[in-house]
Design a protein around this ligand. Structure first.
Ligand SMILES: *Cc1c(COP(=O)(O)O)cnc(C)c1O
Length: 365
């Protein structure tokens, strides 16, 4: 570790941090290779993009010289009606990552433990270390969260637990009965975050809607996002639902204008176009099944997924295949920094994008 200024002056947790590595933008690859028409299947973005109603709402909004509504009144009303929670239970964030960050800042300090699973979404480690917290990483089981191991890892030092349901980058989920039992066992002093970024994609019968537990478990926070099925990753908006008391605490550290005016307008329009989301979920299931079939035909193992991506095992060839795909203008996500060097995460695209992936892969498998 660098002992020179300014690194020696940075907080210890920050010095240990590795910057988050986002998926490579298509334009960047096109520039590098001097090609056009690169396909990006690397960041779990919605290949259909947002609803046309969202684009109209953004175009019609002209008050960008004014600060946005710091309380997001109108969007919270709409969310409240749709989700059956009180507006006072909702915290809006500049993406749901912002809410995860607020949670760490409110509940975690130097030396406090934060529990999450191996192969869990990397932002949990990032927000934990940034505030000097100690990441307690429990072993995964069949690539998914081992709730029993997580339960056993809780101590008097534990302040926060992060559960991604489903998890990114594995696509695995915890069924209702197990998650409910876990929540029942967690001491009420420990705040449990259930991250439901892919909620709208999941069709499994035993997949829970954690919002139903918010009243019963006052230590529960559920986060969701407009980045995935609503196709709004570029404007940055997500939210958390919790007790009024937890929400009040989150709002104390939240920047007053953390969510911009266009994002507020876009999110509300997205909520009003439920059909778009249904269509996207249906496309996703269809194309994910195609990718799974392709894997079976080619003898590739994959982790069964309920989300908008499939994580495929390529063994020792994962790095090589990632590079070859890049050279052919197909961007997927390598997972070394998730401790999964033999896997590539492939976001589910539309018909043509998947054809391109299959043809390209077939040419060197
Ligand atoms: C994509 C994702 C998010 C959402 O991030 P935003 O900040 O809302 O764009 C949250 N959690 C997980 C597990 C994700 O994969």
């Amino acid at each position: 570790m660098n002992s020179q200024f300014p690194f020696d002056r940075a907080q210890p947790g920050v010095r240990e941090l590795q910057p988050y590595q986002p998926g490579k933008p298509a334009e960047e690859l096109e520039r590098e290779l001097g090609i056009s028409g690169a396909v990006k299947l690397a960041s779990n973005e919605n290949p259909r993009g947002c609803s046309p109603a969202v684009l109209s709402a953004i175009r019609e909004y002209s008050d960008i010289g004014l600060y946005p509504d710091a309380n997001g009144f109108s969007l919270k009303q709409a969310l409240s009606r749709q989700l059956g929670v009180e507006p006072e239970q909702i915290t809006l964030g500049n993406g749901s990552n912002d809410v995860l960050d607020l949670l760490a800042r409110v509940f975690v300090g130097p030396g406090d433990d934060v529990v999450f699973s191996e192969h869990a979404f990397l932002v949990y480690a990032l927000v934990t270390r940034a505030v000097g917290g100690n990441a307690v990483v429990t072993p995964a089981s069949d690539w998914g969260h081992d709730l029993l191991a997580m339960s056993k890892a809780l101590t008097s030092r534990t302040k926060l637990v992060f559960i991604a349901n489903p998890n990114n980058p594995t696509g695995t989920y915890s069924p209702a009965a197990q998650l409910e039992q876990f929540l029942a066992e967690v001491p009420r002093k420990i705040v449990v975050v259930i991250d439901e970024a892919y909620f709208e994609y999941v069709s499994a019968d035993d997949y829970p809607n954690a919002l139903h537990w918010c009243t019963r478990f006052p230590n529960l926070v559920v986060t969701r996002t407009f980045s995935k099925i609503h196709g709004l990753a570029g404007v940055r908006i997500g939210f958390g639902v919790a007790s009024k008391e937890i929400t009040d605490l989150l709002n104390r550290v939240r920047q007053p204008f953390n969510v911009n005016a266009l994002a507020l307008v876009a999110a509300e329009a997205a909520l009003n176009d439920a059909e778009h989301a249904v269509r996207c979920a249906r496309d996703n299931e269809e194309q994910r099944a195609r990718l799974a079939r392709f894997c079976v035909e080619r003898g590739l193992d994959y982790i069964p997924s309920v989300a908008n991506f499939l994580t495929v095992a390529f063994g020792d060839r994962a790095g090589e295949i990632n590079n070859k795909l890049l050279h052919k203008g197909v961007i997927v996500r390598p997972l070394e920094n998730y401790g999964m060097p033999h896997h590539l995460r492939i976001t589910i695209g539309r018909d043509k994008e998947m054809d391109r992936l299959f043809d390209t892969l077939a040419s060197f498998l």
